[in-house]
Ligand binder design. Structure first.
Ligand code: ZN
Length: 549
């Protein structure tokens, strides 16, 4: 039995046939560009906007927010789907619904996630029962890279089968890779993600849709969770060992698509050497989310599957994720709540799980990985890599899966940091991430660990507009006086693990790496180094301090 309100919603839902602008399919559903073109094309950003605006006109369960305006001036929409759609995040306080966020097209040559997201939004909203929204609020950014998207050309990513009419480009309007911007936050798109999604809606899960560049197998969908062991290990293990196996099981059983964990061959000419996934740095958004104590799934769809299969399999994967989240909403909420608490208290413990790690090794997981591949024909070549060709003979591979990032070197996780360099870019970056930054209102004498720089090694090649830096040195215990006005950042906050990753001198993806401290590393004259301007405070100190607003 339906309430009057539900009947009105139903009526509104079935109005689209009469609306201009929407091409309708057999079931009165508006069609995406992929569907309407018979899977030969992908949407321009204007077509994405018009599709979601039409959906917002016919469904009261959708509201559109603006995530960012890109470098080239395109407005990025964020779809908020809820029943009822929450007017503000505050309206969700005390509501047990789980907030889940999905983004696609961050690399705008990898378009099937964008098309799948549009279908997903439509089908969630036009489901008469609105089943997905009974326990979830779903946020969707269907086109995370509008500037890259609108450079659609059949010449881009020519190695993938379709869409014939072309796809966009990988970089954003600043020629930057948005999936390397997790720590430095230099792009309007990723800044928008942090400000308008993470800090505003605090989703428990982020899903980021891509396409592989990889090797030959039969599974159309691959996936991996956060990998960085400086993030919350229980979150990392929950995604890897519980959530993703449940999602994969559902994807196969309910939708008929096989899938496998994401990886590349360790030796492309010899798959028996196993697969690896080693992109553990937090510049990659799914790892960044792990450092924020939240769940994340990197979805990589299989490049050599035809375009229709890539879109439909990605769609089914997203549905399987949402179904799993509906089922697990309570435990996931509790998991991230506890992860925030663990991060805030990490400084208290000297246990190895509470150290800060500065170097890593990649090792295989205990379980073998099984996937359906093909026999390969390998022809050795003089002076270069062997030529590897796929045959049509299917073959099941059972191999080691190198996806365990094991700390090799660690330092004690501190209670906080004093920053003596008055570098506004550092403070602005920390605050952009949502980290609480304070300033001393009284001078203080404190026992600290300073870092004496012995070696500065800039990269040999520009990367994302940076000569990235690594510094090496030694830690020195000393008592030091810090004047009023000194910046202070405590790790005793939910984003404590992220703060450490940004500020630790030897962090492999922190603000030193991204040149935020360059002005403070060497004196104008002479050959030595300045004392490093971030000081580690291992134990709580009584401080007079105020939050920088
Ligand atoms: Zn990608």
């Amino acid at each position: 039995m339906k309430t009057t309100q539900e009947l009105i919603v139903l009526l509104i839902c079935f109005l689209p046939l009469s609306l201009p602008g929407l091409q309708a399919g057999q079931e009165n559903r508006p069609l995406t560009v992929a569907e309407a073109s018979g899977f030969t094309a992908t949407s321009t950003h204007a077509q994405v906007l018009s599709f979601v605006q039409d959906l917002a006109r016919v469904s009261r369960n959708l509201r559109l927010e603006t995530m960012a305006v890109t470098t080239e001036g395109r407005m990025m929409p964020l779809l908020v789907l809820g029943r009822p759609v929450p007017r503000t995040p505050q309206a969700l306080r005390g509501d047990p619904k789980l907030v889940v966020y999905i983004q696609a097209n961050i690399h705008a040559g990898e378009v099937e996630g964008k098309e799948a997201c549009l279908m997903l939004a439509r089908d969630i909203l036009l489901d008469p029962q609105l089943t997905t929204l009974d326990r979830l609020v779903v946020l969707i950014a269907p086109d995370f890279n509008p500037d890259g998207n609108d450079k659609i050309s059949p010449n881009n990513r020519r190695h993938q089968p379709g869409p014939e009419k072309g796809v966009g480009l990988r970089p954003n309007g600043q020629n930057l890779d948005l999936n390397r911007d997790g720590m430095k936050l230099e792009t309007p798109e990723v800044r928008g993600l942090v400000e308008k999604v993470l800090l505003r809606w605090d989703p428990a899960l982020l899903v980021d849709c891509h396409t592989t560049n990889g090797f030959y197998h039969q599974e159309p969908v691959t996936y991996v969770g956060p990998l960085n062991p400086n993030g919350d290990l229980e979150v990392l293990e929950f995604v890897r060992d519980k959530m993703l196996p449940a999602v994969a099981g559902r994807l196969e059983k309910t939708y008929g698509y096989p899938s496998m964990p994401y990886g590349d061959p360790r030796d492309p000419a010899d798959l028996s050497q196993g697969l690896k996934t080693d992109a553990y740095l937090p510049r990659y958004l799914t790892n960044y989310i792990g450092l924020r104590n939240r769940l994340a799934i990197l979805n990589e769809n299989y490049v050599y599957a035809d375009y229709r299969t890539r879109v439909l399999a990605c769609y089914a994967f997203l549905r399987s994720i949402l179904d799993t989240c509906r089922e697990q909403a309570g435990p996931i909420r509790e998991l991230v709540r506890q992860a925030d608490q663990r991060s805030s208290e990490r400084w208290r413990s000297a246990a190895s799980s509470s150290l800060f790690h500065t170097a890593f090794d990649l090792q295989p997981l205990p379980d073998k990985l099984v996937f359906q591949g093909y026999e390969l024909e390998v022809t050795p070549r003089e002076g270069t890599y062997p030529l590897v060709k796929k045959t049509d003979r299917p073959k099941t591979y059972t191999v080691d899966y190198y996806a365990r990032v094991v700390p090799q070197r660690s330092v004690r996780f501190p209670w906080g940091y004093f920053l003596t360099a008055r570098e506004t870019a550092v403070v602005a970056n920390l605050r952009r991430h949502g980290i609480t930054v304070e300033r001393l209102t009284q001078p203080v004498k404190a026992q600290v660990e300073s870092f004496k720089v012995n070696e500065l090694r800039p990269a040999e090649r520009l990367f994302q507009g940076h000569w990235t830096d690594r510094i090496k040195g030694e830690y020195i215990q000393e008592e030091r006086e810090f004047p009023a006005g000194t910046i202070f950042v405590t790790t005793a906050q939910p984003l404590g693990s992220l703060a450490a990753c940004l500020l630790e001198p030897e962090s492999d993806d922190g603000l030193v790496v991204w040149n935020f401290f360059d002005r403070f590393l060497v004196p104008e004259w002479g050959r030595g180094f300045e004392p490093f301007s971030v000081f580690r405070v291992l134990q709580p100190v009584d401080l007079s301090r105020e939050t920088i607003e």
